[in-house]
Write a protein that binds this ligand. Structure first.
Ligand code: NAP
Length: 350
């Protein structure tokens, strides 16, 4: 049994810790909170021990706090950092490295430059084995994880026939739980998005991948619009869809009119946090035109990285093979069953 602390209890941290509680191989030490707000009692009511920074203990005097984050780390074998982007690096320098504790970081950090948290950007489909025995690893962000789920199977199958990938990321503005965050009436353009460079860390630095990004006023997932150019004639759409029949975390849907339909279905089916934890190819939008495949898939922004964190944790803590880790993650997240339900519900009409 290994002990894990989750530092941060927002969109990502609250999901991670909820799944860890179901993992018989893990004891959850607790979660880290930084603001004395309602979420402290919410976490406690879910049976979690809440820890806060030593320097902020006084401001939490009205709450039943279990101690300082510093003391929680002393009891832990690994920490999953779920801090707002950039704070993971500071935590690494101020807390995790001095205490010599292995850490997983989230996609708001970087693996490039002076504030890199790790040399490795993890994507279980692409580089699981490289995380074995590592002490500091960053999980790719939701968009970066989603792109990998499409690009890796394409490369495995078509390799040298692939000439170029052009992707437009249509990103959600806010998460479902961020009810205090306004969703303004604008389409925002992102200069120099990091996502393409991040994907190239596992897909290859010279990969012919060109990424643009915009942000739109929705809380319901990201949508990626991808054009894939082939050396000769592009394959038929059915050949593309067939590639993903047995892919982990990729559902192929035909009749969803929009991302909200997918979320509503997840909610109606009682999926945890209303997450599907996967990407959804909108198969009715796939076309083969000359040398180009045009496709679209939606990406469950918060859900997609949670099983990935679970895979990564197993590589770092238990040195498990990909196959073993995958089977254990599946036993907790039931991805195959969820994929089947989604595909049945949004099946092609005959
Ligand atoms: N949201 C997504 O869809 C998504 C998807 C993939 C990756 N990510 C990445 O995951 C990370 C967390 O994002 P999020 O959406 O979960 O953020 P979030 O909802 O804003 O939550 C951040 C949490 O971190 C806590 N926190 C504040 N300062 C901290 C510190 N110095 N160290 C540790 N925790 C601290 C906050 O505590 P208080 O509330 O108590 O202040 C809050 O609980 C980011 O790197 C983000 O880029 C997010």
């Amino acid at each position: 049994m290994k002990k894990v602390f989750v530092n941060g209890y927002g969109s990502i941290g609250s999901r991670i810790v909820s799944f860890l509680k179901d993992d018989p191989e893990i004891t959850v030490v607790g979660v880290g909170k930084y603001s004395p707000d309602d979420k402290v009692n919410e976490a406690i009511s879910k049976g979690l021990d809440v820890y806060v920074p030593e320097s902020k203990l006084d401001s939490f005097s009205n709450f039943k706090i279990s101690g300082s984050i510093e003391s929680a780390l002393d009891q832990s074998d690994l920490v999953i950092d779920a801090a707002p982007g950039g704070h993971g690096y500071k935590n690494k320098k101020n807390l995790y490295e001095p205490k010599n504790i292995p850490a997983i970081y989230q996609g708001g950090e970087s693996t490039i430059g002076t504030e890199a948290v790790s040399e490795l950007l993890f994507n279980s489909r692409a580089n699981y084995d490289q995380a074995l025995g590592k002490s500091h690893v960053m999980q790719g962000s939701c968009n970066v994880t989603g792109m990998g789920r499409i690009l890796e199977p394409l490369r495995d199958k078509f390799d040298k026939q692939l000439v170029r990938f052009d992707v437009t990321l249509v990103r959600r503005w806010a998460d479902i739980e961020q009810t205090d965050k306004k969703v303004p009436d604008t389409i925002e353009m992102t200069e120099k998005p990091h996502h393409g460079d991040d994907v190239k860390l596992y897909f290859g630095k010279d990969a012919p991948l060109y990424v643009r990004a915009i942000k739109v006023p929705t809380r319901q997932m990201h949508l990626h619009i991808m054009d894939i150019r082939f050396k000769d004639m592009a394959p038929k759409p059915s050949e593309i869809h067939d590639l993903f029949t047995n892919e982990f975390g990729v559902a192929t849907l035909w009749t969803a009119k929009g991302t909200g339909d997918v979320r509503d279905y997840a909610q109606n089916m009682g999926f945890n946090f209303t997450d599907t934890n996967m990407i959804h190819i909108h198969a009715n939008m796939t076309s083969s035109i000359g040398d180009t495949i045009q496709m679209m898939y939606s990406d469950d922004q918060t859900g997609i990285v949670i099983p990935e964190n679970h895979m990564l944790m197993q590589a770092m803590l238990f040195d498990k093979s990909y196959k073993e880790a995958f089977a254990h993650t599946e036993s907790i997240f039931h991805m195959v069953e969820k994929k089947q339900k989604l595909q049945d519900h949004f099946a092609e009409k005959s």
